[in-house]
Design a protein around this ligand. Structure first.
Ligand SMILES: [Zn+2]
Length: 201
């Protein structure tokens, strides 16, 4: 960063502006004296032989860059580590939003009885499949709707597919919604069922 600043007048001007704004904040505060003996107590707590204390000890290297630049660095760190756009964080935000919109949470249950994800069911006929992670290894999640009765009872009808960790579907006309793992592009019928949830009652 310092190497860039040395040859970039625009960024130097921005840093100077931020530094002025930051120091201006401190200077705008009313002056106040510390309680008597403060500095002596700080000195006494330092390890013996460490030399005389000065107020500049402990300044981090990014100090002079200013608050906004520090925030930008933190933000860049978040993007670099993947946290800001991670599937888990996106799914969490989706669950909060759908729950606030009145969606009921139904666990997606596998044949062996394990919960493999969550189905958020909205009364307007929309539902959101929330799996723990994106589909592995170039495969996709495919959603299926089934009726409980009638001539087409139990026949899976594809509701859509995704390589991601969430999938929005329309459940109107079906009694349950299931999800399976399929090759890229999907399948005409589920080949690796993961779990399903009832959408009524
Ligand atoms: Zn620059």
């Amino acid at each position: 960063m310092e190497a860039h600043l040395a040859q970039c007048p625009a960024c130097r001007a921005e840093v100077a502006r931020q530094r002025d704004a930051l120091y201006g904040l401190a200077q705008a505060l009313p002056a106040a004296d510390p309680p008597p003996g403060t500095w002596e107590r700080i000195e006494a707590r330092r390890a013996p032989g460490a030399g005389p204390a000065t107020p500049s000890v402990g300044r981090p290297p990014w100090w002079g860059l200013g608050l906004a630049a520090g925030v930008a660095l933190l933000l860049a760190g978040g993007v670099a580590s993947g946290w800001l756009f991670s599937p888990a964080r996106t799914a969490q935000t989706d669950v909060q939003r759908w729950t606030a919109q009145g969606a009921a949470q139904r666990p997606l249950i596998s044949r062996s009885g394990a919960a493999v994800g969550t189905l958020l069911v909205r009364p307007d006929g929309q539902a959101l499949l929330v799996l723990g992670r994106p589909a592995p290894g170039g495969q996709v999640y495919q959603a299926w709707g089934r009726r409980a009765s009638g001539p087409r009872a139990g026949v899976p009808v594809s509701l859509g597919l995704t390589a991601g960790a969430t999938l929005r579907v329309t459940w109107t006309g079906y009694d349950s919604v299931g999800v399976s793992l399929e090759p890229a592009g999907g399948s005409p019928a589920p080949t690796r069922p993961l779990g399903r949830a009832d959408v009524r009652g």
